[in-house]
Design a protein around this ligand. Structure first.
Ligand code: C2E
Ligand code: MG
Ligand code: MG
Length: 827
């Protein structure tokens, strides 16, 4: 208890309060005591003294009045007056008796014995007076007066006593009041002296501590955490409060720390938020903006007042369609639809993604996610560039990068579209450039590319804008005509294309002549789907190329049949070597000097199990296209050597080579092996190559030719005059022999120019130290003309057709016999 009083402010306040209470009780007690005393004194004063004095006074007065009535009675003659006096006297005596019996008993006891005779004497007097016995009455008045005087003394003495007693009581009352004042002053002084300083001391201590705490709290409120409390360790409530402030301070430190972390985080978030490439907007359930970032404002060109929290979504929409002229998607524009999607019963919960194309052409992708409590959050991304890139890629995917024409993919797409419209009429032109490979080989690829670009331009000019021109790859082009697709109109356009491609090109100073061949397929009669139409146009083109380049050919069903057959041949040819279906026929070559057989040309034949004998003109192109020629050529070489070794030593064997063999397995090795395996002397082997081999101006080819020649065999240039007939070709390699193409020999008789050419070529060859062979000598006239032109050797039906190996010796014998016969005839 003592500890409580000593250690706690409440205890101390209780102590001060207790002391104040004691003082108040003491004052109260003093007041009560005083009141008691005063009451008692008053009562005494009033009841015992004052009243007694007053009543004594009244008794005295009544007695005086009674005396005057009695004294006057003997002198009164008016009887009625005496009667009235008697009544008054009786009344006065009654009143005196009343007062006496109420007063102090001692006084009453003393008065009553005196009052009685007075009353009796009075009555006697009045009675006598009434009966006109004035003298007797006067005598009795004497007695009466004596008695009345006695009573008067008694009453006076009693009044004097009463007054004296009242004085005493009043004095006592004054003394009591003085004592009360003294005790109140005393108690007040004691209380003031005791409680005041104690309370002041306590209050001061309290106020100092409270000030310290409130100052600390104020500083804390201003986020100053660097505070020290000197009341920290007191064990009272202030100490507890200080402890609380300390905790509060620790919390504040923590809070401030968190706050600064949060502020930092907020700052970063703010930076991140406003530096996001994507726009972000958050609307509440009342469709009012909660927050948005800078990118959002930038995307929709929003003025600052439309980016403030609370802005209605409708205001943003209004801005977009009235200011920017955007076409807002119905999902956003239609408030009902929006509500249904974002807030209604059928509210969506998954993300909504859509694209908006702005009035200025930008494309904005929006990913909108409805929120649980209503409203939505949306990410907005300007995807214009991505769209354009996509479109570019799409365009590139459909465009030929070199010529900018539609590519194969786009071409097929258009064709697919057209063929899907059942019965739609249109024409498909497959175009192939003639001699493009030669241009590439001769002038190089850059020129070839430029040529393709110019071809594309010419093709585009040759057709209408509505027609589709495509490059399908390499020198392959195609055109789709969607209007005027009757044969005559198509013929006009295709002829225009052929003419356009036929006109010479001028590229980087080179005059280039190519030409183009066109195959046409018409839909729907030539095919109801893309595949068959393309195939048929290709077949027509193939046919055109096969027949005469630089023309146009419409597809017909028979072509397909032929092609099918050709494909069959292709397939059959695959196994022809392995199955021993190939054989070599030999055509003798005759020297003009002595008309003796100097050698034979090996000419391949295919004995087809079903189709019978097939000429090389039919299957060599197929073998060349399929690459089978490499295998076939090697076989022919080996076979020719093997068979020729049985011939007379004077006879050589000539074997034809294809260009493809020069880029296949090492030809020099194959030839060397063939010679070695057969045992044929190298000088008895002759290899025939055509001019096209030299077009590429390929060093590797020349090197190979030299290596072949180094084996000891000879090399002939076949079919001279049909290709480029270039003198540079003659110079590029020292051919042993020049075979003049049979087309010159055939025309020798009709055209003088041919004779001149054959003569010139012979002389040229002579000068270059080459022997010349005239091919296709069928008649004696041919023979005499080539002889006149100076050719060294001849080959032709005049002497012998190509014959199987088994018939060769007979054929040779026949030639020799023919020579002998003509010699005889000459002799
Ligand atoms: P080529 O090398 O120019 O062969 C000469 C062609 O002329 C042969 O045709 C031959 O039969 C034909 N011929 C010969 N004399 C006459 C004649 O007086 N009148 C007519 N109209 N034609 C005559 P063939 O055997 O049909 O061979 C054609 C072509 O096939 C050859 O032309 C040659 O280029 C090629 N060839 C033949 N065998 C082979 C071979 O083993 N390998 C390669 N790569 N090509 C071959
Ligand atoms: Mg030949
Ligand atoms: Mg030839």
């Amino acid at each position: 208890m003592l500890d409580f009083l000593r250690r706690t402010i409440a205890g101390r306040l209780y102590l001060v309060g207790g002391l104040a209470l004691v003082a108040v009780i003491a004052l109260g007690a003093a007041a009560v005591y005083f009141a008691g005393n005063t009451g008692r004194a008053a009562r005494i004063l009033y009841g015992g003294s004052l009243i007694s004095a007053v009543e004594a006074g009244e008794i005295e007065l009544l007695l005086e009045r009674h005396r005057r009535l009695i004294e006057a009675a003997p002198l009164e003659f008016d009887r009625r007056q005496i009667v009235r006096d008697r009544e008054n006297a009786e009344h006065v005596i009654g009143r005196i008796g009343e007062l006496v019996s109420r007063s102090d008993p001692a006084f009453s006891a003393r008065v009553k014995p005196v009052l009685k005779p007075i009353d009796a004497l009075g009555r006697e007097v009045l009675h006598l007076a009434e009966n006109f016995a004035q003298d007797s009455a006067l005598n009795i008045v004497e007695q009466y007066i004596a008695k009345a005087a006695e009573l008067q003394r008694l009453v006076r003495a009693h009044r004097g006593d009463s007054v004296a007693h009242a004085e005493l009581e009043a004095r006592l009352l004054v003394r009591s009041a003085n004592r009360l004042v003294n005790s109140v002053v005393g108690i007040g002084l004691v209380a003031a002296l005791l409680i005041g300083p104690l309370a002041m001391f306590l209050l001061r201590g309290l106020i100092v501590k409270l000030r310290s705490i409130s100052a600390a709290m104020l500083r804390l409120a201003e986020n100053e955490t660097d505070i020290t409390l000197n009341v920290r360790h007191t064990p009272d409530e202030i100490g507890a409060m200080a402890g609380a402030v300390e905790i509060f301070r620790a919390n504040a430190v923590q809070l401030l720390d968190h706050k600064s972390q949060l502020e930092q985080l907020n700052q970063w978030l703010d930076i991140a938020f406003n530096n996001m490439a994507r726009g972000l907007s958050l609307y509440d359930s009342d469709e009012r903006l909660v927050v948005c970032n800078a990118a959002y404002a930038a995307i929709y060109r929003l003025p600052p007042e439309l980016t403030r929290p609370g802005v209605p979504f409708a205001a943003v929409l209004e801005h977009r369609w009235s200011r920017l002229g955007d076409v807002v998607p119905p999902l956003l524009k239609d408030a009902n639809l929006r509500r249904e999607l974002l807030a209604g019963d059928k509210k969506k919960t998954e993300e909504l993604r859509f694209e908006q194309t702005m009035a200025d052409g930008r494309v904005v992708e929006v990913a909108l996610r409805p929120l649980e409590r209503g409203g939505w959050v949306a990410i907005h991304e300007d995807v214009t560039e991505r769209h354009e890139a996509g479109r570019r890629i799409e365009r590139m995917a459909r465009e030929d990068s070199l010529t900018r024409l539609a590519n194969r993919f786009r071409f097929r797409e258009v064709l697919d579209g057209l063929t899907r419209e059942c019965g739609r009429r249109f024409a498909l032109l497959a175009i192939d450039l003639d001699r493009f490979k030669e241009v590439n080989d001769t002038h190089g690829h850059p020129i070839g590319d430029q040529l393709l670009v110019e071809v594309a331009q010419r093709l585009s000019k040759a057709v209408r804008k509505s027609d589709l021109v495509a490059r399908l790859g390499g020198d392959e082009f195609a055109v789709v005509l969607e209007e005027d697709i009757e044969r005559p109109a198509v013929t006009v356009i295709a002829t225009r294309i052929v003419a356009a491609l036929h006109a010479p090109f001028q590229i980087e100073g080179h005059r280039i002549e190519i030409g183009g061949t066109v195959g046409v397929a018409l839909a729907p009669e030539d095919g109801a789907d893309t595949e068959s139409l393309m195939k048929h146009a290709d077949i027509a083109l193939y046919r055109a190329k096969g027949e005469k380049r630089g023309t146009l050919v419409f597809f017909d069903a028979e072509m397909e049949d032929r092609l099918r057959k050709r494909r069959q041949l292709e397939q059959d040819l695959q196994g022809a070597v392995a199955q021993g279906e190939l054989e070599l026929h030999y055509q003798p070559i005759v020297s003009l000097a002595d008309e003796r057989v100097t050698g034979c040309e090996a000419l391949i034949r295919w004995r087809h199990p079903v189709l019978g004998m097939i000429s090389p003109a039919q299957f060599i192109p197929i073998a060349e296209e399929t690459g089978l020629i490499v295998e076939i050529g090697a076989w022919a070489l080996v076979q020719a050597c093997r068979e020729a070794v049985a011939w007379p030593d004077s006879m050589r064997v000539a074997v034809n080579l294809s260009v493809a063999q020069f880029s296949g397995p090492d030809l020099a090795e194959i030839a060397g092996d063939a010679l070695m395996a057969s045992g044929l002397a190298p000088e008895r082997l002759e290899l025939e190559v055509t001019e096209s081999l030299l077009l590429g101006d390929d060093n590797a080819t020349l090197a190979l030719l030299h290596r072949l020649r180094a084996l000891g065999l000879s090399i002939a240039l076949d079919d001279f005059g049909t290709g480029y007939s270039s003198l540079s070709h003659l110079r590029s390699f020292p051919f042993d022999k020049l075979k003049i193409d049979q087309s010159f020999v055939r025309d020798l008789t009709q055209r003088a120019a041919c004779e001149a050419i054959v003569g010139a070529v012979s002389r040229l060859a002579e000068s270059l130290n080459m022997r010349t062979v005239a091919e296709g000598v069928e008649t004696d006239e041919h023979l005499s003309r080539v002889r006149a032109a100076g050719c060294h050797e001849v080959q032709g039906y005049l002497f012998s057709r190509p014959v199987p190996a088994s018939d060769l010796m007979a054929a040779v014998a026949a030639i020799n016999a023919r020579v002998a016969k003509s010699a005889d005839a000459a002799a």
